[in-house]
Design a protein around this ligand. Structure first.
Ligand SMILES: N[C@H](CCC[C@H](N)C(=O)O)C(=O)O
Length: 282
């Protein structure tokens, strides 16, 4: 694996930003105008909440030929993620300020995404069309994704990344730490999965809690919120526009003809610099 500290092109100190969206927290590294600096090793070391900065996801901003910018995501265990709705919203807000715009496009592994700032300051991103076929999510074999062959009758939905959504009577009583790891690593999900537990409050209102692949318990998950509303609508529980109460805040999803729009708050908390000593120890 590439060693960041030994790469001649890598800066000896790396600037970063700390942001969160509904308590889903991120470290952002802006690598526009230079080579990428993030490796799995850096993500893992920095993701340590005691010896690094801690984060749910690390995102690296890259130059793009086809969109305003590109975005790559890592989980705190060092694994890559194809999509991250809340980090996308946070970075989009930063980039809209940077570029003096109120709408832009970006490229992720998910594809070309559009983001926009609302008049109330919340930031929206179109996360694209959901993946509902077992091979796209992906699952290990052909099966009905609306009713997975698992206890609790969950639904699988892809938002670029895999999600397994349970509908429960009381989301607050779910022991995330006890149930999350077994489901994340269940053989039905060859690329592991994010797991959501949703409770119906009204046809336009859900309570949702999450166990994220590669990050564990988080206070919110944007792609998970999108997957939950898609699953809830397909199962006849809600409409297509739903407010979702996560542990860390409120998000809104609107599944429109042009894709699943995710809207919510963003916050830029502080900026810092990774020291040469931290980078050399990787
Ligand atoms: N927090 C993110 C999801 C990260 C996804 C990641 N845990 C994975 O798919 O491995 C979000 O707002 O969508």
């Amino acid at each position: 694996m590439e060693n960041v500290a030994n790469s001649p092109k890598t800066p000896s100190a790396i600037a970063f930003m700390k942001m969160h969206g509904a308590g889903n927290d991120f470290v952002i590294i802006d690598s526009r105008g230079r080579d990428a600096v993030v490796t799995a090793k850096l993500a893992q070391a920095l993701g340590d909440r005691h010896r690094g900065t801690g984060f749910d996801q690390l995102a690296e901003i890259r130059d793009s030929q086809t969109a305003d910018f590109a975005l790559d995501f890592w989980n705190s265990d060092g694994s890559r993620a194809e999509a991250c709705g809340n980090a996308t919203r946070c970075v989009a807000n930063y980039m809209m300020h940077d570029l003096g715009r109120d709408a832009l496009t970006l490229i992720t592994k998910r594809g070309l995404l559009r983001a926009a700032r609302q008049t109330d300051g919340r930031v929206s991103v179109n996360m694209g069309h959901p993946q509902l076929d077992w091979s796209e999510i992906p699952l290990s074999h052909a099966t009905d994704t609306l009713h997975l062959p698992l206890a609790g009758d969950p639904t699988a939905v892809g938002i670029g990344n895999p999600h397994c959504v349970f509908f429960v009577a009381d989301a607050d009583s779910i022991d995330l730490a006890a149930l999350g790891p077994g489901l994340e690593h269940h053989p039905l999900f060859p690329q592991r999965t994010n797991v959501e537990w949703a409770q119906l409050i009204a046809p336009d209102h859900l309570r949702m809690r999450v166990w994220e692949r590669g990050a564990g318990i988080t206070l919110a998950c944007g792609s998970g919120t999108c997957a939950t509303v898609v699953a809830a609508h397909l199962r006849g529980l809600t409409g297509r526009a739903v407010t979702v109460e996560a542990d860390g805040g409120t998000l809104h999803v609107d599944w429109r003809d042009d894709g699943v729009w995710l809207t919510g708050p963003t916050a830029h908390i502080f900026d810092g610099t990774l020291t040469p000593a931290f980078l050399a120890a990787l």
